[in-house]
Design a protein around this ligand. Structure first.
Ligand SMILES: NC(=O)c1ccc[n+]([C@@H]2O[C@H](COP(=O)([O-])OP(=O)(O)OC[C@H]3O[C@@H](n4cnc5c(N)ncnc54)[C@H](OP(=O)(O)O)[C@@H]3O)[C@@H](O)[C@H]2O)c1
Length: 251
């Protein structure tokens, strides 16, 4: 994908990876529209309000973006939340609902809103966003992992259904990425945002665009089952459950 001349709407770009990606596309020469619930001005970027849990808000944002940018050719479904759940406490269900509503149904609402436009153009790209956790669970965030595994599966079917229309689907699969100093402190192993973007952009700009954007640090997750390391890695990642109240680490 050539990123120097796209017109791209990144939903979930008011912070973090989405904002970093927005800046990279803008620097490369693309026209970038940033979406999120927050509408504080972001230097040099157009911001459009969108709440992916609300179909009316998604339709309003779609109409506003297409009104100003009828040549829109790229839509990124970056909006997401990563929430901890204690499955021994039934109160976790509210968190599960929120996670599915934003990460999975939000992705589907946005894709549905823009599919007619991209099909009518006969050219364009959806970039969906899953996670390494889609392929290797992090037991502290059960519904998060389930939502991202679902985004992966959905992306595969979407790509198959759009085959031959000119509309492609690329799935960005981030590993742990340190988007703030605080997240770096919480997980020192997380990849720095700048390094992640460098590598992700170099993969995204390959021709043809890969179906999955897999930076080196996410290969351990993506291929754990194939490599036979899955069980051992899930056990290791389960150590984090000790963070939950009243829980000690199981051997
Ligand atoms: N950072 C990582 O380690 C990592 C790893 C793997 C995958 N990912 C995925 O990458 C994406 C970005 O993560 P991040 O770490 O950059 O998180 P972040 O800084 O918290 O960004 C999340 C973005 O999603 C938006 N968002 C949340 N709820 C929304 C809603 N209801 N409607 C519209 N926008 C909403 C937020 O905007 P508003 O608050 O303005 O609405 C924000 O722009 C997520 O899908 C995440 O699951 C991240």
């Amino acid at each position: 994908m050539d990123i120097s001349n796209r017109t791209i709407f990144i939903i979930g770009a008011t912070s973090g990876i989405g904002l970093g990606l927005a800046r990279r596309f803008a620097t490369a020469g693309s026209t970038v529209i940033v979406g999120g619930r927050r509408t504080d001005p972001i230097d040099g970027l157009e911001v459009v309000e969108i709440d992916v849990t609300d179909a009316d808000s998604v339709a309003r944002a779609r109409d506003a973006v297409l009104d100003r940018h009828p040549g829109l050719d790229t839509v990124v479904t970056m909006a997401g939340v990563m929430l901890v759940e204690d499955l021994r406490d039934p109160a976790h269900f509210a968190t599960a609902e929120t996670t599915i509503d934003i990460n999975l149904l939000g992705t589907i609402r946005v894709i549905d809103a823009f599919t007619p436009h991209l099909l009518a153009r006969g050219a364009g790209t959806f970039i969906t966003v899953s996670s390494g956790i889609a392929f290797l669970p992090f037991p502290l965030m059960p519904t998060y992992g389930a939502s991202k595994a679902a985004v992966h599966a959905y992306s595969e079917s979407l790509r198959a259904q759009l085959l031959g229309t000119g509309v492609g689907v690329a799935e960005l699969v981030p590993p742990a990425v340190a988007t703030t100093a605080e997240t770096k402190q919480m997980n020192p192993a997380a990849v720095d945002l700048g390094a992640f973007l460098d590598e992700a952009i170099s993969l995204l700009t390959q021709s043809p665009t890969p179906d999955e954007i897999l930076v080196e640090a996410v290969h351990e997750h993506r291929w754990a089952e194939r490599e036979g390391t899955y069980g051992e890695l899930v056990t290791r990642r389960s150590q984090a459950l000790a963070m939950l109240p009243g829980r000690s680490v199981q051997a």
